[in-house]
Design a protein around this ligand. Structure first.
Ligand SMILES: NC(=O)c1ccc[n+]([C@@H]2O[C@H](COP(=O)([O-])OP(=O)(O)OC[C@H]3O[C@@H](n4cnc5c(N)ncnc54)[C@H](O)[C@@H]3O)[C@@H](O)[C@H]2O)c1
Length: 454
């Protein structure tokens, strides 16, 4: 099929490259000319394991442009994958979505095209995008858009850091549409994934025993709400273990054993039960805020989701409070942060806890040194206003530091030469914000180990 993708970020590029890898003809559109130039030169503008390999493998089916006119008229399916960042009152800022919908409407040809919302959009956006596309089409063509297009919702569940795995071998595909012929087009598009009939790339083998992927075919509003409900549930699972962590700390219980003990219950499952600093990233914060805002519009209080957000906010404060309790005075101290990205295996810094924690430490008069295995360049580009010292290694972070805080659970930090690091520090204090490190190992290396929870 001919596919166009509007917005070539983490989601758009992953979708485009995967569909091209499966044999569809894909045109990726982005408003950012530099991004398109980099992609044309074979460079992926963000860090994602094996994305450059996938783009290279799919290159014969993949092209990149900034012009809607080069992409929309020939498309059978147009995906919208532009950003929907948080707006001031919790509802997402939909200006990119609106621009994309209008651009699509102005450029649609006369054959039937399915316009798909892959961006995470508030409930009801399917109808809204439909109205915008229709209006733009009718203005551009001077005639009614009857039957020229239909809107579908196909929410994205990929995780940065394992985006290719999640896209080629998803837990499920959700398609929301109000007419059967729209769902059928998307069913045909996704058939190789649903039936797992493609040859897996060597760098991303098919998980054992994956024979088929479940399809949820539903109406537009249900598909839109599935996305918000899934993200909010994952977010509240993290906040739940963090709340249990506070109780565990008070009663002297071990949160890692508790997480294992509850996670082995098949009804609960072990994932998203790692206590620590809490979630960050471009999705959980904005999607929980959007769900609360939508619920409020309909008179629903969303108590549980609100509480999960508050617990998460407080975890970052707790991390700083624990250092304060240990050091008594933060003014003039040097604190080293290990990890900047909001999670390992990505360079994405959106809503990253490390940025918030660095700001809080600076406000209290501390000097902050930072390191991340892959996000340093992006950090310098996007956060130039933050007055921190950028270090080339964890060893540099440790030098003359009064304490180190492990913020992102990069595997690189799991087994550092702690004796060497400790020897160059002013005091051997380590706050493990992710329950990653071995307390006994750190204690043997002369550190005061502080857990979150402890
Ligand atoms: N990143 C994730 O892990 C993830 C996972 C699931 C869902 N989502 C959702 O997917 C959507 C996209 O997220 P992302 O992380 O890929 O965002 P992103 O910021 O990485 O990419 C968005 C891209 O859209 C481009 N763009 C903006 N307006 C445009 C326009 N009018 N025309 C063409 N291009 C335009 C931007 O230049 C940018 O490259 C969001 O709604 C997000 O909530 C993201």
């Amino acid at each position: 099929m001919n596919v166009s993708i509007i917005g070539t970020g983490y989601v758009g590029l992953t979708t485009g490259a995967c569909l091209a890898f499966l044999g569809h003809k894909v045109t990726c559109v982005d408003a950012d000319e530099r991004k398109i130039q980099a992609l044309e030169a074979g460079r992926v503008p963000f860090f994602e394991p094996h994305m450059e390999d996938l783009v290279a493998d799919a290159r014969c089916n993949l092209c990149f442009t900034t012009r809607y006119a080069d992409a929309i008229p020939k498309a059978d399916v147009v995906f919208i994958a532009v950003g929907t960042p948080p707006g001031p009152n919790g509802s997402p800022d939909l200006r990119y979505l609106e621009a994309a919908a209008r651009g699509i409407g102005q450029n649609l040809a006369d054959h039937f095209t399915v316009v798909v919302n892959k961006s995470t959009v508030p409930i009801g956006s399917g109808n809204w995008v439909g109205a915008l596309v229709r209006e733009a089409y009718e203005q551009a063509k001077g005639r009614k858009a009857n039957g020229a297009f239909a809107v579908a919702s196909n929410p994205e569940f990929l995780r940065e850091g394992s985006a290719i795995l999640d896209s080629l071998y998803p837990d499920r595909v959700v398609i929301g549409a109000d007419e059967p012929r729209t769902s059928e087009v998307l069913y045909t598009l996704y058939r190789p994934i649903l039936e797992q009939t493609f040859q897996a790339p060597a760098y991303q083998p098919r998980p054992d025993q994956l024979a088929a992927v479940p399809l949820i075919s539903t109406d537009l509003a249900s598909a839109e709400l599935i996305k918000y409900a899934a993200n909010a549930f994952l977010a509240l699972k993290i906040s739940y273990i963090n709340e249990i962590g506070q109780v565990a700390e008070k009663v002297g219980a071990d949160i890692r054993q508790i997480a294992r003990g509850i996670g082995l219950d098949a009804r609960i499952g072990p994932r998203f039960l790692q206590a620590g600093i809490g979630w960050g990233g471009s999705c959980f914060g904005k999607d929980t805020a959007a769900l609360v805002a939508t619920a409020a519009e309909y008179g629903v209080a969303a108590h549980i989701v609100k509480a999960a957000r508050e617990v998460n906010r407080l975890q970052r404060e707790r991390a700083v409070d624990k250092l304060l309790a240990e050091l008594k005075i933060l003014k003039g101290r040097t604190i080293g942060l290990l990890g900047l990205a909001f999670k390992p295996h990505t360079d994405d810094l959106r809503e990253a806890p490390a940025l918030d924690i660095a700001r809080k430490l600076i406000e209290r008069g501390a000097r902050v040194k930072v390191h991340d295995p892959v996000a340093m360049e992006r950090f310098r580009r996007e956060n130039a206003e933050l007055e921190v010292a950028c270090c080339a290694s964890a060893e540099d972070v440790a030098e003359d530091a009064d304490a180190i805080m492990l913020v992102t659970e990069w595997p690189d930090y799991a087994d550092l030469p702690w004796e060497k690091l400790g020897a160059s520090m002013r005091s051997r204090i380590l706050l493990d914000g992710r329950q990653l490190l071995d307390r006994e190992r750190l204690t043997r290396a002369g550190f005061k180990y502080i857990g979150l929870p402890d």
